[in-house]
Design a protein around this ligand. Structure first.
Ligand SMILES: Nc1nc2c(ncn2[C@@H]2O[C@H](COP(=O)(O)OP(=O)(O)OP(=O)(O)O)[C@@H](O)[C@H]2O)c(=O)[nH]1
Ligand SMILES: [Mg+2]
Length: 290
């Protein structure tokens, strides 16, 4: 059985950094992981681990943008590259041919429209499953989103929108939690503030729709009734479909990546199909006759 983890999320969420930490964690646990780069815009220097498969060998953003017949800018260019990849699945299939029994960590581009507007991920996942690869997705949002309730809820909605398009196990991750801890440790805040900070964080990890109702009126002084109605509708949607919760990821704490990886293992039922180990002393034992 082969396994693949799609690492998705908006631009700069920390996807490539997470992929590298994931690789390090697997190596330290004596497991084998391979990095697959599906970001046609990735800079060659951005990888701590050399990708075993790299979309840029098929098509790179640079080539697309320099093509005088195509006239694409960076965003349209990435979309074009992904379309090209899906039209050339035999290339990916061939590249994937040589990996058995391993984890493939697939670093995806940060263009949000790839996840919300286009059927790219579902098509990719269908192809992976046709090749017998069990796949799950992670969706990263960075902790700074928690500082702006509107940004946060737009992040929740885009995660939901990406999720409902994909019929595979899905894990949302709140990345860069080290930046939040740094704020909570602010000496001027004192212990009570720290506690309130942690409670507040919990309300973001299991999104509490009331945060959005409360946001209304505090930062924006003149309440716009239509805006209010929209907020109410979003609150209701999140209450009725509590699909989204986040696992915190703090890369400065080794336990944190371990927790995220165990969730990924569990959700993909990693290792369940492995051959059961032979017990040592079954034959010649007494209980055979009893
Ligand atoms: N403090 C902190 N910074 C991080 C963490 N993860 C990533 N960063 C920083 O955030 C920036 C973006 O990280 P990347 O891993 O390149 O993010 P990405 O999602 O791959 O970005 P794109 O591929 O451009 O969409 C870099 O400057 C990283 O150093 C983290 O856990 N904590
Ligand atoms: Mg990246």
């Amino acid at each position: 059985m082969r396994y693949a983890v799609l690492v998705t999320g908006p631009a700069g969420a920390g996807k490539s950094t997470f992929c590298a930490s994931f690789m390090t964690h697997l190596n330290l646990s004596k497991r084998t992981g391979h990095l697959v780069n599906l970001d046609p815009a990735a800079a060659p220097t951005s990888f701590e681990y050399e990708p075993v498969i790299d979309i840029k060998e098929l098509v790179s953003l640079e080539d697309v943008m320099n093509d005088p017949d195509l006239h694409y800018g960076p965003n349209g260019g990435v979309v074009y590259c992904f379309e090209y990849l899906l039209q050339n699945m035999d290339w990916l299939e061939e590249e994937l041919g040589s990996f058995e029994d391993d984890y493939l960590i697939i670093d995806c581009p940060g263009q949000i429209e790839l996840y919300t507007h286009h059927p790219f991920l579902p098509t990719l996942v269908k192809n992976l499953s046709r090749l017998g690869i069990r796949t799950c997705a992670t969706y990263l949002i960075e902790s700074q989103f928690m500082e702006d309730k509107y940004k946060f809820f737009s992040g929740v909605l885009s995660a939901m929108s990406a999720m409902v398009n994909l019929e595979i196990p899905w894990i949302n991750v709140m990345s860069k939690m080290d930046l939040v801890t740094a704020n909570a440790a602010d000496p001027s805040g004192g212990a009570r503030n720290g506690l309130r900070g942690r409670r507040n964080i919990a309300r973001y990890l299991e999104p509490d729709p009331m945060l959005l109702s409360m946001a209304h009126g505090d930062e924006r002084s003149t309440p716009n009734p239509r805006f209010h109605a929209l907020n109410e509708a979003i609150v209701k949607l999140i209450e009725e479909h509590p699909l989204v919760s986040f696992l915190p990821l703090d890369l400065t704490n080794p336990d944190s990546i371990e927790t995220v990886v165990s969730h990924i293992d569990y959700t993909m039922q990693y290792g369940e199909d492995e051959e059961p180990k032979e017990p040592h002393d079954l034959d010649g034992g007494d209980f055979a006759d009893e």
